[in-house]
Design a binder for this molecule. Sequence first.
Ligand SMILES: N[C@@H](CCC(=O)N[C@@H](CS)C(=O)NCC(=O)O)C(=O)O
Length: 246
Amino acid sequence: MGEAKLYVIPGSHPSMTARLMLERKGIPYKRVDLIPVLSKAILRAKRFPGGTVPAIKLEGRRIQGSREIARELDRIQPEPALFPADQEKRAKIEEAEAWSDEFQQKPRRFSWWAFKRDRSPMASYSEGARLGVPVGLAVKTGGPIVATAARLSGSTDANVRADLATLRSDLDRLDAWIADGVIGGPEPNAADFQLAPSIRLLMSFDDLRPFIEPRPCGELANRIVPDFPGRTPPVFPAEWIAGLRA
Ligand SMILES: N[C@@H](CCC(=O)N[C@@H](CS)C(=O)NCC(=O)O)C(=O)O
């Protein structure tokens, strides 16, 4: 069948979800780093049905999407399980996982919004990546890619401002799931792996880290994802993050 091949974008949080789940299962894989936006054409050429990462070729099958990959990994190798056998517990984890898949869009929008203003922090998110071109060059010539990605992800001022305004209640929800034992248990589940990289990407913003890191969800993210690349210096207008401070 050959080794599994995982297609990712450097700094992509759902790509990190897939990497962590493969590592948890102990399934060896080869990682292929793609440049955002250009990734769509590469994935098409590799005969994947959609245009997003993570995408994996596993035992001759092509699977795309971090949630689909979680289920396929449990199917081909049940232990250690990403979902519990108990149906009631599983339903709660699936609910948290589905919510987190939507929540992914916030850090994605924040990143492209920030890179639209200043591309220089982008290089830090590509630490350790093999893009086929020097990272510095990719960033220098990356204006059109950033513009397209920002448009595709809806990184408008209005959206980013609204996303920031509700971030505090999102974090409260995550901490409540931890208190209820849905996530943050001794054996990480699919929702832990779905959520933690999004929290780490949020924490890569100097503006946001102080409001997240001391919380239970910040602790969980650092534990599940000890290494997540990238750092974005202060970028949001003070009034947009006033709700986090309150
Ligand atoms: N919710 C999906 C979405 C994945 C997604 O949107 N990935 C982004 C990177 S974080 C992507 O591939 N974007 C396409 C692009 O940048 O061209 C998942 O978890 O797999």
